[in-house]
Write a protein that binds this ligand. Structure first.
Ligand code: GLU
Length: 577
C-alpha cells in the first residue's frame, strides 16, 4: 500500500458537511466535518475506520467525554476492523485530563498464562519454531486485557454506562459494515490463514472467496457477544461464558490457558515516561511497551544533532534518523522487557551525558556498523540481534479530543493480522497471538514467563508546549510504530512542517544497520542512491511504515489528521451555540 500523492488526498477529498451521525446521536446543533484533515472547536476523533470514527463523534456530540468516545470507537473498531484489534487483544490508553493536567496510562497488555514456559517457542533442537507456525499456536495466545482496560478507564473517567458505549457496535455488527479497500486487500493477502479456520472462513471467505470492497460484513455472533458484555459487564468474559469458550479454544489449539488466568488478569496504571525535543515535552507509555522509551531516545539523539541544518527531504536527514533508530533499537532490544520481571535502566536512558556519548557515534560520512547497545546498567548484555521477522502485524490507533480539553490516545492490537487466525466459534472475535512479541529464546529480558507481558512497540503519545497540549499522536505497525511516530514528530517539532505533510511524507524503518531499509514509495531515488553511497541497503520493494493518527491543538481549535496509508478519517465537531 503506497501513500497517495498529497494533492489527491488533501486537496480533493476533504468534505465539510453536516454529517449524518450514526446511531445514538441526539445533537442536531453540532456541526461535523469529516475528511483526512478537518478542524473542530468542540471535539475531534481520528481513526483508521470511518464507521468507528463516526461512532466516537456521535458519543462526543451527545455530551460524552473523550474517554467515553475512545471506548465506543474501540468497540466499533473490533467490528469494523476485526482483524486488527478487538476484545480478544490488549493495548495502552493514554488519557490527558484537562482539569488536572494529569496523564494516566491504562495498560491492558496481554499476559502469559500460568502455564507459559521460557522455551515454549523452541523446537526440540533448541531453534525457534518458524514464525508462520508460531503465530497460530495456542501458546501464542495471551490473556486479553482490552475489556479490563476499557472498564478501568470508564470507571475512572467515563460518564456513560458500558452498555451505551457498546450499543452502536452491536448495531454495526448486526446490520453490517461495508468492506473497505483496506479490509478487502487484507482479506486477500491473508486468505490462507483465514481458510485454515472454519469459523473465520465462514465469516470472511463466504463461498470460498474473500469478501470484496463494497460487500457487507455482517457478524451476528460478535453482535451477540457484545450484547452479553453490555448486559453482564466484562465478567461475561473474565468470569463467564465468553471466557470459558475462549480458554476452551486456546486449549484446543494446544495452549494452556485456564479460567484462573482470566480471573487473575489485572491491568496496571503505569507512570508515563517523559522526554523532550527542543521546547516540547513528550509524555508517553512506559514498559512493557518499548514504544515510548525508544521514541524518546531517538528524538533525544536527533535533538543533539542540530538537524535543522539538513533539509527535511535530504539524505543526511534520513541518515541521521536511521542511525538514531539503530542506536535506540540497540538499547531497546538489550534492556527492555516487562518491568515486573526486568530492571529497566530508566535513570540513564535519556541522561544528557549518555545521549551525548551515543549521538557522537553517528558518523555523517558513513553508515557505521554494528551499533552495540550502551552500557546503561553495567555491561550491556551480549545478545544476538533480534530480528523482526513477524511480517506485517496490525493494530488500531484512535485519538480523541473533547470540548473540555481532555485528550485520549488509545492503541489496541491482537498482534498479527487476524491474530492467530482463530475466530472464536459462536463468539465472532479473533484470538490474539500477542505472545509472539516475546523473544523466542530464553534468558533474555523479553523471554516468556508465566504472567509476564511481552514487549510492545505501541506508543500513544502526548506533546506539550509550555505545559499545554500541542499534539496527541499514535500509530499501528509493530516496531515500525516507533519509526513512524518519531519521524512525524521530527517533522512537526524540528521542521515545523504542515500537519498533512508531516503525516504523508515518506518514512523509513530499519531496526539495525545490517537490516535492509523498509522504505515508502515517495522516497526519492536520489535520496536512496545517496544513502546507498553512505552504506545503507534498501529492500527491493517499498512498503508503508505505520499509519499515524494525529490531533493538533491550535488555540481553541482541534485539527485532526488521518493517515492516507489506510482508510482513516478525522471527524471534527463544532457546536452551533
Ligand atoms: N504486537 C505489536 C506490539 O505490541 C503491535 C502490532 C502492530 O502494531 O501492528 O507492538
Amino acid at each position: 500500500m503506497r501513500p497517495a500523492p498529497l494533492h489527491s488526498i488533501y486537496q480533493s477529498i476533504v468534505a465539510l458537511c453536516f454529517l449524518a451521525l450514526p446511531v445514538h446521536a441526539r445533537a442536531a446543533e453540532v456541526a461535523t466535518a469529516i475528511g483526512p484533515i478537518v478542524g473542530g472547536k468542540h471535539g475531534m476523533v481520528v481513526s483508521s475506520s470511518n464507521e468507528a470514527a463516526r461512532v466516537g463523534a456521535a458519543v462526543l456530540a451527545d455530551g460524552g467525554n473523550a474517554v467515553d468516545a475512545a471506548i465506543a470507537v474501540q468497540f466499533a473498531l473490533g467490528v469494523a476492523e476485526p482483524g486488527y484489534s478487538g476484545i480478544g487483544g490488549g493495548g495502552f490508553m493514554l488519557v490527558y485530563e484537562a482539569a488536572t493536567d494529569e496523564v494516566t496510562v491504562f495498560d491492558s497488555r496481554e499476559r502469559a498464562p500460568a502455564s507459559a514456559r521460557p522455551k515454549m517457542f523452541l523446537k526440540k533442537n533448541g531453534e525457534p519454531i518458524a514464525f508462520a507456525k508460531r503465530r497460530t499456536l495456542g501458546v501464542a495466545v495471551g490473556v486479553p486485557g482490552a475489556l479490563a482496560g476499557i472498564e478501568a478507564a470508564r470507571l475512572e473517567f467515563g460518564t456513560r454506562p458500558l452498555a451505551e458505549l457498546i450499543a452502536p457496535s452491536i448495531e454495526l455488527a448486526e446490520h453490517g459494515v461495508i468492506v473497505s479497500r483496506l479490509m478487502a486487500a487484507s482479506l486477500r493477502e491473508h486468505e490462507a490463514v483465514l481458510a485454515a479456520n472454519p469459523a473465520a472462513s465462514a465469516r470472511f471467505l463466504p463461498g470460498g472467496e474473500p469478501l470484496a470492497i463494497g460487500d457487507l460484513l455482517v457478524q451476528p455472533e460478535l453482535a451477540d457477544t457484545l450484547r452479553l458484555i453490555a448486559e453482564d459487564g466484562i465478567d461475561a468474559f473474565y468470569r463467564g461464558p465468553i471466557g470459558e469458550a475462549f480458554v476452551a479454544e486456546v486449549d484446543a489449539a494446544g495452549g494452556g490457558m485456564t479460567m484462573a488466568d482470566l480471573k487473575k488478569y489485572a491491568i496496571t496504571r503505569d507512570e508515563p515516561v517523559r522526554g523532550n525535543y527542543g521546547v516540547y515535552e513528550l509524555v508517553t507509555v512506559a514498559p512493557p511497551s518499548s514504544g515510548g522509551l525508544t521514541v524518546l531516545q531517538m528524538l533525544a539523539l536527533l535533538d543533539r544533532l542540530d538537524l535543522g541544518q539538513y533539509p527535511e527531504d535530504s539524505s543526511l536527514r534520513y541518515h541521521a534518523v536511521l542511525k538514531a533508530m539503530h542506536l535506540a533499537f540497540a538499547d531497546r532490544n538489550a534492556w527492555l522487557g516487562d518491568p515486573e520481571f526486568v530492571d529497566i535502566p530508566l535513570a540513564g536512558w535519556l541522561a544528557p551525558k549518555y545521549i551525548k556519548q551515543r549521538a557522537a557515534l553517528i558518523d555523517f560520512d558513513a553508515d557505521t556498523c554494528p551499533i552495540p547497545p550502551g552500557a546503561l546498567a553495567g555491561a550491556a548484555p551480549a545478545l544476538a540481534p533480534l530480528e523482526f521477522l513477524n511480517g506485517d502485524p496490525q493494530t488500531t490507533h484512535v485519538d480523541v479530543a473533547d470540548r473540555w480539553g481532555n485528550l485520549v490516545a488509545f492503541t489496541v492490537t491482537i498482534e498479527q493480522h487476524y491474530g492467530t487466525g482463530r475466530l472464536l466459534p459462536g463468539h465472532g472475535f479473533f484470538l490474539n497471538n500477542e505472545l509472539t512479541d516475546f523473544d523466542p529464546l530464553p534468558g533474555r529480558p523479553n523471554s516468556p514467563a508465566p504472567n509476564k507481558r511481552p514487549l510492545s512497540s505501541m506508543a500513544p503519545t502526548l506533546v506539550l508546549q509550555d505545559g499545554q497540549p500541542a499534539y496527541v499522536i499514535g500509530s499501528p505497525g509493530g516496531p515500525r510504530i516507533i519509526a513512524a511516530v518519531a519521524q512525524v514528530l521530527l517533522d512537526l517539532l524540528e521542521y515545523d512542517l504542515d500537519l498533512e505533510h508531516a503525516i504523508a511524507r515518506p518514512r523509513v524503518f530499519a531496526a539495525a544497520c545490517d537490516d535492509k531499509i523498509r522504505w515508502e514509495a515517495d522516497l526519492s531515488p536520489a535520496v536512496r542512491s545517496e544513502l546507498e553511497q553512505l552504506g545503507h541497503r534498501f529492500r527491493d520493494e517499498p512498503l508503508e511504515v505505520g499509519d499515524v493518527g494525529l490531533i493538533a491543538i491550535e488555540g481553541d481549535t482541534y485539527v485532526g489528521v488521518a493517515d492516507p496509508r489506510r482508510d482513516g478519517v478525522a471527524v471534527g465537531l463544532t457546536r452551533a451555540d
